[in-house]
Design a protein around this ligand. Sequence first.
Ligand code: UN1
Length: 486
Amino acid sequence: LAHLPTLDGIEAARAPFKSHKWTSEPLLARAANPNAPEAVENPADSGDSPGTVASASEEDIETALTYAAPWNAPAEERKAILNKVADLYEENFGQLFALLAREAGKSMPDAVAELREAVDFLRYYGANIPDAAPVGTFTCISPWNFPLAIFTGQISAALAAGNAVLSKPAEQTPLISHFAISLMHQAGVPKAALQLLPGAGSVGAALTSDPRVDGVAFTGSTATAMKIRAAMAENLAPGAPLIAETGGLNAMIVDSTALPEQAVQAIVESAFQSAGQRCSALRCLYVQEDIAKPFIQMLTGAMDALSVGQPWQLSTDCGPVIDELAWSGIAVHIQTARSEGRLMHEIATPNSGRFIAPTLIRVNGIGDMKREIFGPVLHVATFKSQELDKIIGDINATGYGLTFGLMTRIDDRVQHVTEAVGAGNIYVNRNQIGAIVGSQPFGGEGLSGTGPKAGGPNYLTRYTARPATQSEDPWTQTMATDSLGK
Ligand code: UN1
């Protein structure tokens, strides 16, 4: 019964959508001259703000670094406290959902999935506490697109291993981090082992270039990961671990034997859930030429059934994109495609707010895509059967390797294609998002991340003090040969 939501929780789920105001501050005593609180934006409603955030000042960062102390409680106690945090997340689901909707623009189904993933991370890492010393002090830099799940995943892994954590959440989503960290403290994580330092990139830069930091977990863009890598190499102790999950240019191949209904559903989910704002999302769809016409007709029909709208409406499939910068970048991309006659389909969107209609854009192949478009935009190419290996070559040539999807009923082809494509998460005859903690760990290859996979058996070892050998650090090589971020 302890896990059932309380009536308060249900009421809390309703009220905060419109009225509640949260504040987020660094969770230690503030420095003498703190930064002034600023309004946080609601991505779906520019007239609304869910609360205020006071960014960490230089003095706050200095205090946090001085005060940080590894969590040296016995493993059993750490496990019990992480499980208690999971319980508190479940009990406070109303506030967490409200924040996911109002601060991050998450639709209700996306928010439910995210809360579940966060709870899964806490219980999984709690159940797998490594028998080794911690690295020391870990900086955890988390993204706005999973402001609860990835944020909690990084922190709970670092804490399970006994590290001190300095958390720098995404600039767009400080309030949910603040609330979640308050729950962690309430459950018994010591304040010196877990400190929140909200702010912009400069806060992250300070927390990844100070020699008192011993390791960094980062999820975000490949370019930022490379800057962090360089700053760590210059300032941190040699061998300090960087655990990075970064971008992708994810493809799916649908051949003429695929079950069309299954493929269409998988594509709609993979490209448009979370408004396409997942690094795992499908970006480039290859459809075999023989079936392309009727297949794309089915796909556009399924798109027409999607509803774009306010996150807290239960009918919403696709909420807003995160901010003005994201919105304008995607809008320009769609406008360019329109002017070049490559727009294949788009659906209606609300007139105001930062909404982008799920859109199809024609491309010749993944090579036409210069960068990851982080929104509900799917690029479509066709291929002839004899071109299969060429496409696989093109997909691998992007240098990324996060997710890949294959829709076919030919067994030999499953084996051939899944062996030939270099991607961390390969999915056959299903959607290519929504990895599951424990049973389907998530992580990329090449420019998409350093590994090990989050929610998998090797992840926690990188948060423990072991001498890292060259072969355990595959990114050293990748970084040396690629040209991004230089
Ligand atoms: C991300 O979008 O930053 O499998 C990664 C999935 C999620 C992806 C998270 N775990 O769809």
